[in-house]
Design a protein around this ligand. Structure first.
Ligand code: ZN
Length: 262
């Protein structure tokens, strides 16, 4: 796992698995941790790094309900977990699903030292909306970000000008349309994110390293082009340059299958 100090008040952790990101943001004597790394050793390192850096943890947040973003409670078992209302609804509708997928992952990757994941008492936050952090009227902005899945929230942190967008604008992964997501809503989210990217100094995607504004803007246009091609041409759509590996081709095949009427 890598830990990057993006700003005096913001640290990004990048997991060895899928380059899943975890972002700690601080405001005075309060702080949030958004999403999570994946492996047990990474999850146990996060509290140590944050303590050394003087980052308090007042609560956990998640961009969406996919299991790889929900593991914060393993690192901070006592912490509250908040998420956008669409994600809270999805978690309530799929009880035990994240734990099942985590168990499948651990079996596949021979992980046998996992602490249990509890997802009870999730706090549902209105989106669009704002969330206060620390003194001085500082507020995180919550923006809807669905399409990758049926749920999703992007967090904008105005005092550091950082956008934490969940599974969009990834330098390592093409747009991935889950069975309950859609290319059309994904495009609508990208249109909303465009204005946020224009304001941001740094963009933290759900997978991959933090980006500067021009890198994220270029990825956004590549993703729009890919999704329009997916809608118009299906399987024949060209993948974005730099994201044409075997793994990305398999995601593309899944996207094509998801769009095919069954
Ligand atoms: Zn993800």
């Amino acid at each position: 796992m890598r830990a990057l100090s993006v700003h005096a008040d913001l640290i990004v952790f990048i997991s060895r698995f899928w380059q899943t990101t975890c972002t700690a943001v601080r405001s005075g004597d309060e702080g949030f941790v958004i999403d999570s790394p994946v492996y047990p050793d990474e999850l146990s390192a996060v509290p140590d790094v944050l303590e050394q850096a003087g980052f308090p943890v007042s609560g956990l947040l998640a961009t969406h309900a996919d299991w790889d973003h929900l593991l914060g409670r393993i690192a901070f078992p006592e912490a509250s977990l908040g998420c956008g209302d669409s994600t809270a609804r999805r978690l309530a509708a799929e009880p035990g699903d994240a734990q099942r997928k985590l168990r499948d992952f651990d079996e596949e990757h021979y992980v046998d030292d996992r602490r249990p994941l509890t997802l009870g008492g999730v706090q549902s936050l209105p989106v669009p909306g704002r969330l206060a952090l620390g003194a001085g009227n500082r507020e995180l902005e919550l923006h809807p970000a669905d399409g990758h899945t049926a749920d999703g929230t992007a967090f904008y942190v105005p005092w550091v000008d950082v956008l934490i967008c969940g599974d969009y604008l990834s330098p390592v992964e093409i747009p991935w349309i889950s069975p309950d997501g859609s290319a059309e809503t994904y495009l609508a989210t990208l249109a909303r994110l465009r204005a946020l990217v224009d304001r941001a100094e740094t963009i933290v995607p759900g997978h991959g390293r933090p980006l500067n504004r021009s890198e994220a803007a270029a990825l956004l246009e590549e993703d729009v082009a890919y999704l329009n091609a997916l809608i118009d041409q299906g399987e024949a759509a060209t993948l974005p340059p730099g994201r044409r590996t075997g793994a990305q081709r398999r995601i593309h095949e899944q996207n094509v299958a998801t769009r095919r009427p069954s």
